[in-house]
Ligand binder design. Sequence first.
Ligand SMILES: [Zn+2]
Ligand SMILES: [Zn+2]
Ligand SMILES: [Zn+2]
Length: 495
Amino acid sequence: MTVGNMDSAALFDAGKKGRGLEATKELSAGEVVFTEPSFAAVVFDRGVLDIQLLWSLSSLIDSHDTSSEDVSWCHVCHSCFRRQADLHRCAQCKFAHYCDRTCQTASWDEHRQECGAIRKLGKAPGEHIRLAARVLWRIHKTKGVASDSQLISVDQLEDHVSDLPEDELKQLQADVSTFSQFWSHGRKKHSAEDISHIFGIIRCNGFTLSDQRGLQAVGVGLFPNLCLVNHDCWPNCTVILNHGNQSALSSALHSQRRIELRALERIPEGVELSVSYVDFLNLSAERQKKLKEHFHFECSCEHCSHHTKDELMMAAAEGSKADEVKEVTAFSEDYLEKIETSRVEGDYHHVVKLCTECLEKQENVLADTHLLKLRVLSVASEVLSYLQSFSEAADYAQRMVEGYTKLYHPNNAQLGMAIMRAGVTLWHAGQIEAGHRMICTAYGILMVTHGPNHAITRDLESMRAQTEMELKMFRENEVVYHSMRDAALKSPPTC
Ligand SMILES: [Zn+2]
Ligand SMILES: [Zn+2]
Ligand SMILES: [Zn+2]
């Protein structure tokens, strides 16, 4: 498979959705439909701390990784987008950071003009300004089409600037003026309209890029062919970032950072390819609202039209009364806001207290697939894992996964990641059999959504081997297993 190969997909007229991509041959679950390097991409300057980062999976299995303690945004390589310690910075602008010389050399072409502009301005502007500039520099170099396999020129992508509300238009104008100070390309100047067009394209087509372990959003990029894949709330494909391998000792093994579009199920020839732009775990009306606000279209996918699974997502527990459900729903919405506030403030013990109170109230009133219950279970299990209260966390994680399994597509990537975290939590809680089973289930899903070579799948693979071995020991001699386990938990991790 070569990067940028478009043999399995072709442009077609998708009716009122406009352009779309369809399969030109039958695809099977887990198959890579196409890969695409970014037309342009940048690392975020800084962002909101994600709770998932607090409890870094990698720190549990890889003691060399210090990412859970150190959340500095400088620790993302500007070339391969991996998050790691000990990056070195560009000697000229002191802004860009790289793993090593190989990564720096690989992205010098992208960084060269940016480097000069940062030095001239004296500081690096925000990520959207930097991305817009990278897009325009690339357009100048390639006329908007970077390779033969690129099906659409970047400047032909939708911008939806005319649909923007007043406040966003104001922000756009401010960005345009910041951009003009930053931009340098000989004497070539662009009109405000041209620059707005690029910002509009980035706003509705930019794809968020995560670090190698899927724990944190670290940047944003533009992938023209990917922009042609239309949305469906129950999609047949998923997109992941493959970070490539620039640090391989042999240059023959070097590979470029790229996205992969992967089939989630068997897709017959001629069927439209789709991905989801929003998380499925919202009521159909909520998803439609988000899509309308951000991407400016009315979703009329099958799941929205039939309100599929809406009922499950707001189901009441058996035997509960309507007024009780109404009261608990309002109570939960209010509590989820409080939980979020405490979470942002980092008061994790208070988060646990609020979650416990909320779950007590929901018990016997809301069903286990109710979205408000699942949201509380999700926060509770994450925070308790972080606080190392694994037994309690395991109980919540297990209930959350049961709910998710009834709602998500069986090969949904978020489902796979949630099952993986639950599996690790159960393992740490000493529930080796159930933990191992979950890790195997997650592995099956991630083999489809991420493929065998992704860092997360490889992590899972080693966890699967580890839990399998422990399970064998456990079955042979339970007493010895527990005493060894206790000893292992008491001793500090070795480096
Ligand atoms: Zn790198
Ligand atoms: Zn530089
Ligand atoms: Zn929909």
